[in-house]
Design a protein around this ligand. Structure first.
Ligand code: HEM
Length: 127
């Protein structure tokens, strides 16, 4: 049971954050030019997995969470929704270069904050 509600969601969360969100944000620097329109299915899959694994983790850690954890979790959640929106927009085929650059910058900023808050949440709990 511990494997199902702790280890697997924790792994899925980090794995999809690295591979899909990291790929979307960092791909441009590796000459991959952002997200291809064909990747929409992959982006939706990553969003669903990050949301589900995040919600499972939330229910696991929330009962013992200290003061401040809930507020930072709320901020992280809203920023993650912004990250998802930017990833999704980057799959649009007809966007201009200027728009794609703006969305990419916004995605990168969002990911930087979401990851910082994600690790701060663990520290708050002394994990
Ligand atoms: C852009 C999407 C997201 C990224 C890049 C991301 C990244 C991270 C990272 C790096 C951690 C720290 C993991 C660790 O230190 O072991 C984390 C923890 C966590 N994330 Fe996310 N996350 C995202 C979306 C979400 C969403 C949508 C939710 C909620 C539905 C969520 C809920 C959580 C929870 C509950 C934790 C554990 C906090 C704790 O240890 O107290 N995340 N996330």
């Amino acid at each position: 049971m511990e494997l199902l509600i702790q280890a697997i969601p924790a792994w899925a969360h980090i794995f999809f954050a690295i591979v899909m969100v990291g790929g979307a944000a960092g791909g441009a620097y590796l000459n991959a030019g952002g997200i291809s329109p064909l990747a929409r299915g992959g982006v939706i899959g990553a969003i669903v997995t990050l949301l589900t694994s995040g919600i499972v983790q939330m229910f696991t850690v929330m009962p013992g969470a200290p003061k401040g954890w809930h507020m930072w979790f709320g901020i992280k959640f809203l920023l993650a929704l912004h990250v998802f929106a930017m990833m999704f927009l980057l799959t649009k085929a007809d966007a201009t270069d200027a728009k794609r650059k703006r969305w990419h910058f916004s995605l990168l900023t969002g990911v930087a904050l979401v990851v910082a808050i994600g690790s701060y949440l663990g520290r708050l709990r002394g994990a």
